[in-house]
Design a protein around this ligand. Sequence first.
Ligand SMILES: Nc1nc2c(ncn2[C@@H]2O[C@H](COP(=O)(O)OP(=O)(O)OP(=O)(O)O)[C@@H](O)[C@H]2O)c(=O)[nH]1
Ligand SMILES: [Mg+2]
Length: 242
Amino acid sequence: MLQRFFATLRMTENKELEGELLQMEIKVLKDILDANEQIAERNRQLLDSNSVFAVNLMSTPGAGKTSLILQTLKELKGETKIGVIEGDVSSSLDAEVIGKEGVPVIQINTGGECHLDANMLSSALNALPLQDIGLLLIENVGNLVCPAEFALGENKKVLISSIPEGDDKPFKYPLMFHTVDAVLINKIDLLPYLKFDTAVFSQVIKGINEKVEIFQISCATGQGIEQWVSWLQSQMNQRYGG
Ligand SMILES: Nc1nc2c(ncn2[C@@H]2O[C@H](COP(=O)(O)OP(=O)(O)OP(=O)(O)O)[C@@H](O)[C@H]2O)c(=O)[nH]1
Ligand SMILES: [Mg+2]
């Protein structure tokens, strides 16, 4: 929103003024990200003091974030106490779906913002019974740009890419692919019907981010969910012990 505001201001014939406005824009954005990082650090400390492992789930709209949360709940419900934060521009539809599973869930409506930020997360954390939670799944707003820039205080960032989106997204949104710890290629049950080269896609992602973990999953059939969940458990164990 802020970037749009500055872009409009910069639509001037005066090159000197345009340069000054660009500098001002860069400074304002840096200040916003610095302030966000400070709050994210406080969130990190709060989560850590309660031994809560937090995962920030990001994707385009409809790639399967809520479906993945449901599958993860199904696999882990007996073993790990899970809390969920649902981020959407508006509505509480996803929180209602998750709430039916009997886990604590908080809906954040960003009211137009295309991402969650650390301040929004801080309010939601205050409303959750953190002492009773071992794993916190945070569904970010569906977007491949802004969520990559705003730390929340999470332990891991996970991107869900889905087959219908096409395999060119790492070229178009490199920061997102560079930022995350794992990429889940979802909807692989649709591979027979759509053009998507998973081998090339994985190779391109590794070129951007050599440490990233890549899983092929289907939230519709359950394929690959076991591998994702066992990676998640190993990350939690590394952080807080088994
Ligand atoms: N075929 C197929 N459909 C899937 C799969 N995973 C999710 N879907 C469908 O994709 C649609 C979107 O899934 P959601 O889980 O709501 O996606 P989301 O990322 O939470 O969507 P937003 O919250 O709106 O951004 C739904 O119709 C799901 O049933 C999958 O593995 N295969
Ligand atoms: Mg959703």
